[in-house]
Design a binder for this molecule. Structure first.
Ligand code: ATP
Ligand code: MG
Length: 657
C-alpha cells in the first residue's frame, strides 16, 4: 500500500492544465431531464427521500415499509417491499403505448438482424420462464448463462428473474476452466449456452467448451442449447436427457407466466468481477434497490427518452451489460441496440455503420475501444453519418484527456456531451458521473457523485481530502450496492469494509478531487506509483504518453528501485504506420517530462505490439508489473490473449539484457 499523502507534487497539476471546459450545450439542456443543478443539494439533504421518490416510479406488488435498514456493513433497501424486475422491464410497457416499440435491435457479426418489440420480448421471456419451470428450476436456484451476445442472453436473464431464479452470466469469451469454476462457486442447476457464436469471422464453439466445463461441474442437471442461427446448426454433441435445444423446448412452451412476487432483498444475480487485480469475486445483487438504482441512473445519466436509440457496446457478460444493456434501459422502456461481434469486423468502421444504420442517439463504450479507434485513424468514422448521436459515454477505465478529446471531436462532431461514468461490479450502478444537461465537463474527470450518492477522497488515516489525492471511498449506502460475495461473507467485510471503518466502503481505486470538487480517477490503488516520495497515478503518466501524436496506448507500472523507491516502466503501442525505435523512446521520455515534470520521466520504455488485457478490455498492469520485476506471472486466467503477455515477457527480458 503506497501511502496517500493528500497533496500531489505541483508538477502533476500540469497534467490537469488540461483546462478545456465543456459546458452543456444549450440545445441539450433545454430538453434534458435534469437542467437544474439544485438536484444535488436536494438529494444530499435527504438521500433516502430522494431514492424513495425514484422507487415510486416503479411498479410494486407491495410498497416498502422503510427505505433503508443499515447495520454496517449490511444494508437492506426498500424493506418489506415486493416487486418483480421483469414486470418493470416488460409488462408495464406492453400494457401501454410501448407494446410494439422495438425493445431490442440486434445485429449479428455475420450481418444477420433481429428486432424484438416489447410484446415479442414478453412472449419470449414468459415462454422461456415456463421452460425453466418445466425443467424443475425453482425460486432461488442458480442458472448459469454462457451465451454469445444474442437476444436469448437477455431473454434468459429476464426469464430467470421472472421465476425468482438467480442468474450467473459468464462472458462467452471465457475458457472451460473459468466457466467451471464459476458454475461450481454458484452451484448452478442449469446451464444455458449456444452451439456457438461469431467473433472476427470465426465460430466460437461455446457448447464444446461448456461440455468440457460441466464434466467437472456436477451441480448441472440440464443444459439448454440455443441454435445461434436458425436452420444452420453448428455441429455439437447432444447428451440425451441432459441437453435440450432451446427452440424445441420453446415450441411446446405456453407464453404468459405469472411473475414471482420477490422480496425487495431477494437475490437477483451473481456476477464475477473482471479479475484485474486478482481472483474474481462473485458479487451478489438483490432485487429492488438494484432496480431503483439502475432505473434512475439510466434515465438521468443518459438523459434517456422514448425516442432514443440507445447503444451500450459492452458485453452482457460484464456488469455494464447487466445494468446498462439489459435492466436499466428496459426498465425505462428504451430501444436498445445489441451487436454480437468485433468492432473491426469485417472492417474497422463496423460500429459507425451500426450507428448510421439504426440512427443511434446514445453511444456508450469503453476507453479501450476509443483508443483502438484512435489507433485506426479518423477515416473510418468519417465514412459514416454519425449526426444522429446526441450523447456519448465511457466506462471501465480512466479515460485520458487525449482520448476524450478525440472521441469528442471525431465521434461527437465537437457538438455533443460525453458522460465519463465511474462505477464497479460491486456498485451495480453508475456512481460518479456528469449529468449531461447541467455538468460542465472536464476531459479526464468523471466529475461528481450522482445525486443521492456520497463519495469522498480519504487519506489512509481516513481524513477527508478537500483538494488533492488519496483513496476513493463511498461514505453512505446506495440502493444498488452489492449485498455480499457469494459464499464468502467474511471476504465481503474484509475486502470492502475494513479499510477505515465498517460503514465506509473502500473502492480499491485512487482518486483526487480538484478545487471545483470534481473527481479524477487515478486507477487502482496498487497502480499508484511512489517515485522518490511522490505519488503519481499510472494514469497520469499514461495520459502524457498517449498525448504524443504517435502513441496509441500506454501502460505504466512501477518497478522497485533502490534509490527512488519505484522506477517507472512504460509499455507503449504506437499508431498505425509509426516506426518504434530508440529515438522515439527518448522523444517520449522527454514528452512526459515536458507534460508532467522530471519526476515522472519513464526509466524505460518498451514498445509492444499489444498490451495484456482482461476479457473486458482493461489493461492488466499487475502482469506488466510482474514482467518489469522479473517475477513469475500471477493469475492469467482472465486474460483475453495469454500469448500477448508471454511475448512481452520474452521481449522485455531480451531488451533488459
Ligand atoms: P477486480 O475487482 O476483479 O480486480 P475490476 O475492478 O476490473 O476487477 P470491474 O468491476 O469490472 O472489475 O471494474 C471496476 C473498476 O474499473 C473500477 O474500480 C475502476 O478501477 C475502473 N473504472 C470503471 N469505470 C471507470 C471510469 N469511468 N474511470 C476510471 N476508472 C474506471
Ligand atoms: Mg474491482
Amino acid at each position: 500500500m503506497p501511502d496517500s499523502s493528500p497533496q500531489l507534487p505541483a508538477e502533476l497539476a500540469a497534467l490537469l492544465k488540461e483546462d478545456r471546459r465543456f459546458p452543456p450545450p444549450p440545445w441539450f439542456s433545454t430538453t434534458a431531464h435534469v437542467a437544474d443543478a439544485g438536484v444535488y443539494e436536494r438529494a444530499a439533504a435527504d438521500p433516502e427521500g430522494f431514492w424513495d421518490e425514484w422507487a415510486r416510479e416503479l411498479e410494486w406488488y407491495r410498497p416498502w415499509e422503510r427505505v433503508l435498514d443499515w447495520t454496517p456493513p449490511h444494508a437492506k433497501w426498500f424493506v418489506g417491499g415486493q416487486i418483480n424486475v421483469t414486470v418493470n422491464c416488460i409488462d408495464r410497457h406492453v400494457r401501454g403505448a410501448r407494446r410494439n416499440k422495438a425493445a431490442i435491435i440486434w445485429e449479428g457479426e455475420p450481418g444477420d438482424h433481429r428486432t424484438l418489440t416489447y410484446f415479442d420480448l414478453y412472449r419470449e421471456v414468459t415462454s422461456f420462464a415456463n421452460v425453466l419451470k418445466s425443467l424443475g428450476v425453482a425460486r432461488g436456484d442458480r442458472v448459469a448463462i454462457y451465451l454469445p451476445l444474442i437476444p436469448e442472453l437477455a431473454v434468459a436473464m429476464l426469464a430467470s428473474a421472472r421465476i425468482g431464479a438467480v442468474h450467473s452470466v459468464v462472458f462467452g469469451g471465457f475458457s472451460a476452466e473459468s466457466l467451471r469454476d464459476r458454475i461450481n462457486d454458484a452451484q448452478a442447476a442449469v446451464l444455458i449456452t449456444a452451439d456457438g457464436g461469431y467473433r472476427r469471422g470465426q465460430i466460437v464453439p461455446l457448447k464444446r467448451t461448456a461440455d468440457e466445463a460441466i464434466r467437472e461441474a456436477p451441480s448441472i442437471r440440464h443444459v439448454i442449447v440455443v441454435q445461434r442461427q436458425a436452420g444452420a446448426p453448428i455441429p455439437v454433441h447432444i447428451q440425451e436427457g441432459r441437453d435440450h435445444w432451446y427452440h424445441r423446448l420453446m415450441e411446446d412452451a405456453p407464453s404468459g407466466c405469472e411473475p414471482e412476487r420477490m422480496d425487495a432483498e431477494d437475490m437477483l444475480y451473481i456476477l464475477y468481477t473482471s479479475g484485474t487485480t486478482g481472483k474474481p469475486k462473485g458479487i451478489v445483487h438483490t432485487t429492488a434497490g438494484y432496480l431503483v438504482g439502475i432505473y434512475a441512473t439510466t434515465k438521468w445519466v443518459f438523459d434517456l427518452r422514448d425516442e432514443d436509440v440507445y447503444w451500450c457496446t459492452a458485453d452482457i457478460g460484464w456488469v455494464t451489460g447487466h445494468s446498462y444493456v439489459v435492466y436499466g434501459p428496459l426498465a425505462n422502456g428504451a430501444t436498445v441496440v445489441m451487436y454480437e461481434g468485433a468492432p473491426d469486423w469485417p472492417e474497422k468502421d463496423r460500429f459507425w455503420r451500426i450507428v448510421e444504420r439504426y440512427g443511434v442517439t446514445i453511444f456508450y463504450t469503453a476507453p479501450t475501444a476509443i483508443r483502438a479507434f484512435m489507433r485506426w485513424g479518423t477515416d473510418w468514422p468519417k465514412r459514416c453519418k454519425l449526426d444522429s448521436l446526441r450523447l456519448l459515454g465511457t466506462v471501465g477505465e480512466p479515460i485520458n484527456p487525449e482520448a476524450w478529446i478525440w472521441y469528442y471531436a471525431n465521434i461527437g462532431g465537437s457538438r455533443i456531451p460525453i458522460v465519463d461514468t465511474w462505477w464497479q461490479t460491486e456498485t451495480g450502478m453508475i456512481m460518479i458521473t456528469p449529468l449531461p444537461g447541467v455538468t460542465t465537463l472536464k476531459p479526464g474527470s468523471a466529475t461528481r457523485p450522482f445525486p443521492g450518492v456520497s463519495a469522498a477522497v480519504l487519506t489512509t488515516a481516513g481524513d477527508r481530502v478537500e483538494v488533492g489525492g488519496g483513496l476513493l471511498a463511498i461514505t453512505r449506502p446506495w440502493p444498488a450496492m452489492l449485498r455480499g460475495i457469494y459464499g464468502d461473507p467474511e471476504r465481503y467485510v474484509r475486502q470492502y469494509w475494513t479499510r477505515w471503518n465498517d460503514s465506509t466502503y473502500f473502492t480499491g481505486d485512487g482518486a483526487k478531487v480538484d478545487e471545483d470538487g470534481y473527481f479524477w480517477l487515478l486507477g487502482r490503488v496498487d497502480d499508484v506509483l511512489n517515485v522518490a516520495g511522490h505519488r503519481i497515478g499510472t494514469m497520469e503518466v499514461e495520459s502524457a504518453l498517449v498525448d504524443h501524436p504517435r502513441v496509441a496506448e500506454a501502460a505504466v507500472v512501477g518497478r522497485s528501485h533502490e534509490l527512488k523507491g519505484q522506477a517507472i516502466a512504460a509499455f507503449v503501442t504506437v499508431k498505425e504506420g509509426t516506426q518504434a525505435n530508440p529515438a522515439l523512446a527518448d522523444e517520449l521520455k522527454e514528452h512526459v517530462v515536458h507534460k508532467i515534470g522530471a519526476i515522472a520521466r519513464p526509466d524505460e520504455i518498451l514498445f509492444a505490439a499489444d498490451l495484456p488485457k482482461t476479457r473486458s478490455g482493461k489493461i492488466m498492469r499487475r502482469l506488466l508489473r510482474d514482467i518489469a520485476e522479473g517475477k513469475t506471472l500471477g493469475d492469467t486466467t482472465t486474460l483475453a490473449d495469454p500469448a500477448v503477455v508471454a511475448k512481452l515477457k520474452e521481449k522485455y527480458e531480451e531488451e533488459a539484457g
